[in-house]
Design a protein around this ligand. Structure first.
Ligand code: FAD
Ligand code: MLT
Ligand code: ZN
Length: 476
């Protein structure tokens, strides 16, 4: 599959032999070195089943020291390594391309400390996001980020992709909330950047190099993250609208009227919602409209928040911007509504093959790719749907073209057009999912030649033998 779709040549890395495997089993024991082909399978295929690798060895370290020994050995023996967290990444970064050894962090799942006063959580990289949120909830805190993959993704994976998600609008991105981290370089050197301080201007801010670098510069092993108080009051509105123009007006008004309690502002178009209602048989609480918005508020006083939200809703419904809507603070109803948003990725899989794009655009152009592409692919019968949804409040749209099965013809019509289009509008060709295996050759649409040279120099400095996540992130 991969070889046909993405013509890349295997790098000059060692082929795994008995001596290599002996080293790994001496270090980790047989249980934590997976070589059974059937068991290796799921580590070789990505969540949306769009790429696959051929690794015959999955390593499951428990400690930083084990990660260090693995990398030092792999570096000395030129063995390529694919770092892997929950394997929910959407750009093919988390699975090997050829036979790279997979270093999976699932067993690095210790929570070291939760500080009730500062709100700082310190944990290992393999902790599952939802488990961290549950542990924090008992202490009146929550994770600053939330995403549909929360039940599987690891915090280390989130940090390595600088994951955005559903409440970035309110709580910011991981460059802001990660206070410190520990990482292991390709040669096995452990880099201790595990500060828990809010303010620390001692020299270069090196932690940022590991946030969002997708395992190309090192393996993140520990994280200290600033967690906000769990809001006492949460309210969620699900609204139906008839045009994108009105969506923009409602967004502007939500920011003004809801101010400090606004926590999330997401948008879904009609065709996207159908992957939940038709494919997954989920129920929408309102009838069909061309567009939908989810607006969530987080605050400390329910009466105050509801007064604000109700005032805002009366206004936008009174002036006809919103045609119908429902608002709730009941946890089960809120979950049903959030499922309509969070399960979209899963729903698309049932269409067949999904061409998926994650771009940032100026807010006025947020939806522009959809009509443009519908026109471009108007006569292509292979297409099931062309649709858009996403993090409206952050200007990050998820644009999809789904087909019954992979089609080179459709791919040629979408790429590089979609990236040229984004670049002309001075958008970003990767808003939150990263570059992974799918996009290195398109990085130049969003990064200057000079920045690409610096990326390559950093890679050379951190990983001179190129053993970490080869074929990914860095353009050739
Ligand atoms: P993986 O998929 O295992 O790996 C992702 C990348 O990071 C790979 O390049 C891998 O090599 C590297 N990596 C993993 N762990 C480490 C480590 N410890 N050290 C160094 N490198 C490492 N993303 C968003 O930004 N916002 C969303 O709203 C969002 N929603 C999603 C919803 C669904 C249903 C799904 C399936 C995915 C979604 N994603 C979203 C994408 C994905 O979940 C995120 O990118 C997530 O952060 C990946 O975490 P992971 O542990 O699964 O990492
Ligand atoms: C989302 O916001 O739902 C995600 O980023 C996942 C996706 O784009 O499929
Ligand atoms: Zn997203």
């Amino acid at each position: 599959l991969t070889k046909d779709r993405y013509p890349v040549r295997r790098g000059e890395f060692a082929i795994l032999n008995k001596e290599h495997l002996q080293f790994f089993t001496d270090l980790l024991g047989t249980q934590r070195v997976v070589t059974d082909p059937a068991e290796c399978e799921s580590y070789n295929i990505d969540w949306i089943r769009s790429v696959r690798g051929y690794s015959t060895c999955i390593l499951k370290p428990k400690t930083t020291e084990e990660v260090s020994k693995i990398l030092s050995f792999c570096n000395d023996h030129r063995i390529a390594v694919c770092p892997q967290g929950g394997n929910t990444g959407l750009v093919g970064g988390s699975v090997p391309v050829f036979d790279e050894v997979v270093l999976n962090t699932a067993l690095m799942n210790q929570i070291y400390d939760i500080n009730d006063t500062s709100g700082v959580l310190i944990c290992q990289a393999g902790c599952v996001l939802e488990n961290l949120d549950t542990a924090l909830a008992e202490r009146g805190l929550m994770m600053p980020l939330d995403l549909g993959a929360k039940g599987s993704c690891h915090l280390g994976g989130n940090v390595s992709t600088n994951a955005g998600g559903l409440r970035l609008l309110r709580y910011g991105n991981l460059h802001g909330s990660v206070l410190g981290l520990e990482a292991v370089k390709a040669d096995g050197q452990i880099v201790d950047l595990l500060s828990t301080l809010k303010k620390d201007n001692t020299g270069f801010h090196l932690k940022h190099l590991f946030i969002g670098s997708e395992g190309a510069l090192g393996i993140v092993t520990k994280i200290a993250i600033q967690c906000p108080a769990k809001p006492k009051a949460v309210n969620l509105a699900f609204l139906g609208l008839n045009s994108f123009e009105n969506i923009l007006k409602v967004l502007t008004q939500a920011k003004r009227d809801l101010g400090e309690v606004l926590a999330s502002c997401e948008m879904i178009d009609e065709s996207t919602l159908e992957v939940c209602t038709d494919n997954l048989k989920l129920k929408s609480p309102i009838s069909n409209f061309p567009f939908y918005m989810l607006i969530e508020t987080h605050g400390s006083n329910n009466e105050h928040d509801q007064e604000k939200l109700n005032g805002f809703l009366e206004d936008v419904m009174g002036n006809g911007l919103v045609l119908d809507g429902t608002v709730t603070n009941e946890p089960s109803k809120m979950k049903n509504i959030w499922d309509l948003r969070e399960r979209i990725t899963e729903g698309f899989i049932q269409d067949g093959y999904v061409f998926k794009y994650d771009v940032s655009l100026p807010i006025e152009n947020f939806y522009s790719l959809v009509p443009e592409m519908r026109q471009r692919l108007a006569n292509d019968e292979e297409v099931v749907r062309i649709s858009g949804y996403g993090h409206l409040g952050d200007g990050n749209v998820h644009f999809q073209v789904s087909c019954r099965q992979f089609s080179q013809n459709i791919l040629n019509k979408i790429e590089p057009f979609v990236y040229e289009f984004t670049s002309k509008l001075r958008g970003s060709i990767s808003a939150e999912h990263g570059i992974g295996f799918r996009k290195p050759k398109y990085v130049h649409y969003s990064k200057s030649a000079e920045s690409i040279v610096i990326m390559k120099q950093l890679k050379e400095m951190f990983d001179p033998n190129g053993i970490l996540n080869p074929y990914k992130v860095i353009p050739n």
